[in-house]
Design a protein around this ligand. Structure first.
Ligand code: NAP
Length: 249
């Protein structure tokens, strides 16, 4: 039997990029998957159908803005009822709005903090009771190496991603005696639509600083998340694992 057979994994921002690879990998390991994303119904349904077909699990899409507290509480309640609870929560949805601080608007600050950080308060709060009741649960938050070492022109993003690490450690401490693990993964430069939309000169400069000399793939992050979601990682909590080709060592 696969490691995660019978488990239900909720992955945010999973219609594409790293989130899609995470959902696909957890499904490969046997989990049924719920995708939260902001994309249109067709794109979300296609992503879920591909995963279900590839791995013979149940995979569904729910259009949910993870920065919207009420929407998250309602949608998590609905899927929990439908699936009999959630076992694995992967907080992956994120955006960038890069500018030097002097040029950064209040809207850019608020949007990034809201989608990258407040979203995790929303989802963890929505799953908290369910995890406590089961006396089990895995929470995996996607941070970034930028949250560890900072990055010029990303004050909003680095503050959010640093906040994700602090939130991870606090939730890990709150829930450690309840059989619930909370960890973070900090990716470096990964090939996704997010990095494809970056200024390509800036991207080249970034890649030149990676000790391994190349970008990572979404699957590199997904394998680390699958490990943290499994019982192989049962004694790991409050940890931040860099998957970054050595960029932030
Ligand atoms: P991506 O390709 O842009 O995918 C992000 C996904 O999140 C998209 O499907 C997007 O939906 C969804 N999303 C955005 N706002 C949302 C919201 N309010 N509610 C629900 N879903 C929302 O990004 P990625 O590169 O895969 O990044 C995934 C995570 O890894 C992010 O947290 C990012 O910060 C982190 N990360 C990425 C890298 C990298 O190099 N790529 C490095 C470090 C950390 P739409 O399609 O509707 O926009």
């Amino acid at each position: 039997m696969a490691e995660l057979t019978g488990k239900v994994a909720l992955v945010t921002g999973a219609a594409r990029g790293i989130g899609y690879a995470i959902a696909d990998t957890l499904a490969r390991d046997g989990a049924n998957v719920v995708i939260f994303d902001l994309c249109d119904e067709e794109a979300g349904a296609t992503a879920a159908a591909q995963i279900a077909q590839a791995h013979g699990v149940t995979a569904v899409f729910r259009r949910c803005d993870v920065s919207n507290f009420e929407m998250v509480q309602t949608t998590v309640k609905e899927v929990s009822k439908e699936f009999g609870g959630i076992d694995i929560l992967v907080n992956n949805a994120g955006i960038t709005r890069d500018k030097v601080l002097l040029a950064m608007s209040e809207q850019d600050w608020d949007a990034v903090l809201s989608i990258n950080l407040k979203s995790m308060f929303n989802t963890i709060k929505a799953c908290y009771r369910n995890f406590m009741k089961k006396k089990a649960g895995k929470i995996i938050n996607i941070s970034s190496v930028s949250g560890l070492i900072g990055n010029a022109a990303q004050a909003n993003y680095t503050a959010a991603k640093g906040g994700v690490i602090a939130l991870t450690k606090t939730v890990a401490r709150e829930l450690a005696t309840r059989g619930i693990n909370c960890n973070a993964v900090a990716p470096g430069a990964i090939e996704t639509p997010m990095t494809a939309s970056m200024d390509q000169d800036a991207l080249k400069a970034l890649i030149s600083t990676v000790p391994m000399g190349h970008m990572g793939k979404p699957e590199d992050i997904a394998e680390c998340v699958a490990f943290l979601a499994s019982d192989k990682a049962k004694y790991i909590t409050g940890e931040v694992i860099r998957v970054d080709g050595g960029i932030a060592m």
